[in-house]
Ligand binder design. Structure first.
Ligand SMILES: *Cc1c(COP(=O)(O)O)cnc(C)c1O
Length: 375
């Protein structure tokens, strides 16, 4: 179909542009994996686990099938059992909460902050009971949660911290990479994430060798050697092709994050917050990797339609906060239990954000947003 619209297209993410930047290397490595038949485990998987732990400066990386499995495996290794309560931010992707239940625990939601979308440290303590075993801070949108305050609360209450870093590869809090603060951290390499495979992939990282062994064991049918099954586990593995592709992309992550930061700065420069449109919060002590550039507006439906009619695609991350999902209706939560998450869910809108976004594309998005701002 020939487009009669001369306007610029702005997809929500552009994975093809990312592929083209590394086409030769990716095509080559795929051929190599096929030639060596290293499809499951093998050298490419080991290499990526080493590459990723070196990148983060952490002792152990246990690869697995996806970011959801990573959370589940981590909690099985942390020993979550029936009756245990785990605190989870009200605003996240469902993986963060559903895996608590799968591991055998009970999800306890905590409200998020109105401006950062991350868990509100001032509301954590009131959620802690004698049954609380851990907390899962999510670094949503690539913006670090207030992890130092969370560590203080966790230490005082003797509970573990599992960081959900699915949206925050390379983000820093007080000059330290997220994923290195908690007892363990999980990553997703879903294609659209800041570091993405060409299919599903995930990993858990930890400095705790004992936990690392338990995680690897659980993810590999309960044993680390062929024929060994010390416990019942699951099958969750990163395959050789994805691992090889991730090792090719990893050296580009810092540059791509920088390009995301530049793009966010450009949006910030060209737009301003007013009553029709609120720009994302800019953090002082942290380095945001802008997985998402999420604005807030009271005119969301109208704006989505307008942007859409100008070939600009947007996202909703996420339109219903976790406590209000059908899946949790048995909790009987009401908006007043999580006022900020509830307030935000109907106003948030994710604008196009990826490293290969061009100035022309940003200007196009901005020109439409300005019409709303100046209304
Ligand atoms: C993407 C994501 C996950 C899950 O990752 P998958 O690889 O898709 O299973 C978990 N938590 C958050 C916050 C995510 O954004």
């Amino acid at each position: 179909m020939i487009s009669t619209n001369k306007e610029i297209n702005v997809p929500f993410v552009d994975l093809h542009a990312q592929y083209l930047e590394l086409k030769d290397e990716i095509d080559n490595v795929i051929k190599k994996v096929i030639k060596s038949s290293s499809f499951i485990r093998g050298d490419y998987v080991l290499k990526f686990e080493e590459d990723f732990s070196r990148y983060l400066g952490i002792k152990n990386c246990i690869s697995c099938a996806n970011g959801t499995d990573a959370l589940y495996i981590a909690m099985k290794a942390l020993g979550v059992k029936s009756g245990d309560e785990v605190i989870v931010p009200a605003h996240s992707w469902i993986s963060t909460s559903e895996t608590v239940t799968q591991a055998g625990g009970k999800v306890i939601f905590c409200d998020t902050k109105k401006d950062t979308f991350n868990i509100d440290p001032s509301k954590i303590e009131e959620k802690i009971t004698s049954k609380t075993v851990g907390i899962i801070p999510v670094h949503l949108c690539g913006k670090p949660a207030e992890i130092k305050s969370i560590i203080k609360i966790a230490k005082e209450n003797n509970i573990w911290i599992l960081e959900d870093c699915a949206q925050a590869h390379g983000a820093m809090y007080h000059d330290q990479k997220v994923g290195t603060f908690g007892d363990a951290a999980t990553f997703s390499f879903y294609p659209g994430k800041n570091l993405g495979a060409m299919g599903d992939a995930g990993a858990i990282v930890t400095n705790n060798d004992f936990l690392a062994t338990k995680m690897a064991m659980f993810a590999r049918h309960g044993g680390l050697k062929k024929g060994e099954h010390l416990i019942e586990g699951i099958n969750s593995r990163l395959d050789g092709l994805q691992a090889a592709i991730l090792s090719v992309k990893l050296p580009k992550l810092e540059e791509w994050n920088l390009r995301r930061q530049k793009n966010a700065e450009k949006y910030n420069e060209l737009l301003f917050s007013n009553e029709n449109l609120i720009l994302p919060f800019s953090s002082k002590n942290s380095e945001d990797v802008w997985h998402l550039y999420m604005i807030k507006t009271d005119h969301r439906d109208e704006l989505i339609e307008k942007l859409n009619s100008h070939n600009i695609k947007t996202g909703l991350n996420y339109p219903v906060s976790l406590p209000f999902l059908e899946a949790y209706k048995n909790y009987n939560h009401s908006p007043k239990d999580f006022p900020n998450a509830f307030y935000n869910q109907s106003r948030i809108l994710s604008l196009p954000m990826y490293p290969h976004l061009t100035d022309m594309q940003i200007n196009h998005v901005v020109s439409i947003l300005k019409e709303l701002q100046n209304k």
